[in-house]
Write a new protein. Structure first.
Length: 40
């Protein structure tokens, strides 16, 4: 038997330069929200 988790599509994953997950955004993300994390 296989169990599947529901997940939002799209899902964005933002990592820092050390390859550590900084933020996971489920569903649509506005560009302002993405830029907030990318500019850090």
């Amino acid at each position: 038997m296989f169990l599947y988790r529901k997940s939002a599509v799209p899902t964005s994953f933002i990592y820092n330069k050390n390859r550590k997950l900084v933020k996971q955004i489920k569903g649509e993300a506005k560009i302002e929200e993405l830029l907030k994390y990318l500019n850090e």
